[in-house]
Design a protein around this ligand. Structure first.
Ligand SMILES: NC(=O)c1ccc[n+]([C@@H]2O[C@H](COP(=O)([O-])OP(=O)(O)OC[C@H]3O[C@@H](n4cnc5c(N)ncnc54)[C@H](O)[C@@H]3O)[C@@H](O)[C@H]2O)c1
Length: 439
């Protein structure tokens, strides 16, 4: 079976590559000429552990191709995935222009029955919207080619995307068409044989499942962040609280780690989108609206904490360890660092930043404060001479800092561990003032 994947971002590139590894002939198409050129010369435009080897292997075995030639890709594929971005618009709703452009391109070139699979995270009703778009373009062409549109939301996480795609908790397929459903079962046959649960449902329900899942996870993170803040106020330790909570099978320990607020390319935009959808449908979802507000507050709270503890930051230098929204990715979309660092600079601080994958996006994302920041090439370079250190992303390599040595090379003794990856006693023993989140 020939498969095309439109969009070679975090989702499209991983999906296309893994599908080619399942044995299909996969063509990945993107409108970004630079991305495709880079992929064709063996350079992976994103950092995602394990992806490069898989791309190289499948390109070499002639199952995986990259192109900007939409026509060629569409005409020879029976299944076409749409995996383009759905960024937030000003009012919180998902911007559907890329999905609709992709649908329009498919309709312009398709020649025979095609299953169009929507992998992007999209508002409820998008399968209908894409169906209308394709019908409209086919009518303009004077063609009556059969097709089905399927909702197949993606649940992979950046940083473990290959593992998540190949070992998903479930596959959701939303379609009313038996023909499309059978083809989708075939696409995921490898996983079906591995006993991955399949949930087959209507397109609207499949679309809702994705938003409901992401919003719930964002809610869970926000909940523990607020519990952490309360722990600080009443003298409790959130590490023990969350550990004990997580031992309760009804709660589970996942997504129960306090931090500087959720970020990334999904939770912020998907919570905004579901809240918007709910408002537009006259069925407000107030828990999510509250989580969005609480998350904004959490980020502000982190910079305020540094300013409160250290006093006037003029003339002071902070070492910042981690600027990506999570470890094992280079993605900085909606990273808490984007809010926290400008606040610290506004309060007078100079920043020495190190992130193992922050070089790609960091310089342009922090262009407005460029005069006050220095990008360093190691943890040691970042903390040497600093008045304080601030851990914002829990990269594994930040978990074993040489505390005593570090203290000696620093000017000051502040240690802000906003991912709670250190034990207070250990850090204090090395001569620092320790501040975590709720502990
Ligand atoms: N990133 C994640 O962890 C994740 C996880 C699950 C779901 N999603 C969802 O998947 C979708 C894609 O997310 P992403 O992070 O991969 O986005 P991304 O921004 O990394 O990639 C999108 C790609 O689509 C390309 N594109 C845009 N319009 C195009 C068109 N008309 N034709 C061909 N290519 C086009 C862009 O050039 C870009 O390379 C979003 O809806 C997102 O919410 C993302």
């Amino acid at each position: 079976m020939n498969i095309t994947v439109i969009g070679t971002g975090y989702v499209g590139l991983v999906s296309g590559t893994c599908l080619s590894d399942f044995g299909f002939q996969v063509t990945c198409v993107d409108i970004d000429d630079k991305k495709i050129k880079s992929l064709n010369s063996g350079i992976i435009p994103i950092y995602e552990p394990g992806l490069e080897d898989l791309v190289v292997k499948n390109v070499r075995q002639k199952r995986l191709f990259f192109t900007t030639d939409m026509q060629n890709a569409v005409t020879r594929s029976e299944v076409i995935f749409i995996a383009v971005g759905t960024p937030p618009r000003e009012d919180g709703s998902a911007d559907m222009q890329y999905v609709l452009q992709a649908a329009s391109s498919i309709a312009s070139f398709m020649k025979s029955y095609t299953v169009v699979v929507n992998k992007s995270t999209v508002p409820i009703g998008t399968v209908q919207q894409v169906t209308r778009k394709i019908t409209e373009v086919l009518e303009e062409r004077g063609e009556n080619i059969p097709f089905d549109v399927v909702s197949n939301p993606e649940f992979l996480r950046e940083g473990s995307a290959v593992q998540d795609f190949t070992h998903p908790d479930r596959i959701v397929i939303g379609t009313a068409s038996e023909r499309a459903r059978n083809i989708m079962r075939n696409v995921y046959r490898v996983l079906y044989l591995n006993n991955t649960p399949f949930l087959e449902t209507t397109p609207e329900t499949a679309e809702m499942i994705k938003y409901a899942s992401n919003a719930f996870l964002a809610l869970k993170i926000t909940y523990i962040n607020e519990i952490a803040n309360l722990c600080e106020a009443v003298g409790a330790n959130v590490k023990d609280v969350s550990r004990a909570m997580g031992m309760d099978g009804r709660i589970s320990s996942k997504f129960l780690h306090p931090g500087p607020g959720y970020g990334g390319s999904c939770f912020p935009k998907d919570t905004q989108a579901i809240a918007r959808i709910a408002r537009d449908s006259g069925s407000r979802i107030t828990t999510i609206e509250a989580a969005i507000r609480a998350n904004e507050y959490q980020k502000q709270r982190m910079s305020s904490k540094v300013i409160q503890r250290m006093g006037d930051l003029s003339g002071k230098t902070l070492a910042v360890l981690g600027i990506t929204f999570k470890p094992r990715t280079d993605d900085m979309r909606d990273s808490p660092s984007l809010v926290i660092l400008p606040e610290l600079v506004k309060a007078g601080a100079s920043l020495q930043i190190f992130d193992p994958q922050g070089e790609k996006e960091g310089p342009w994302r922090f262009e407005a404060i460029a005069d006050h920041i220095t990008f360093c090439s190691s943890e040691a370079e970042a903390y040497t001479g600093a008045d304080g250190v601030l851990i914002l992303t829990e990269w594994n390599q930040f978990r074993q800092l040489p505390l005593k040595e570090m203290k000696e090379s620093m000017k000051g003794c502040w240690f802000f561990d906003f991912r709670n990856i250190y034990q207070r006693a250990l850090v204090e023993e090395a001569g620092f003032f320790y501040e975590g989140v709720g502990c």
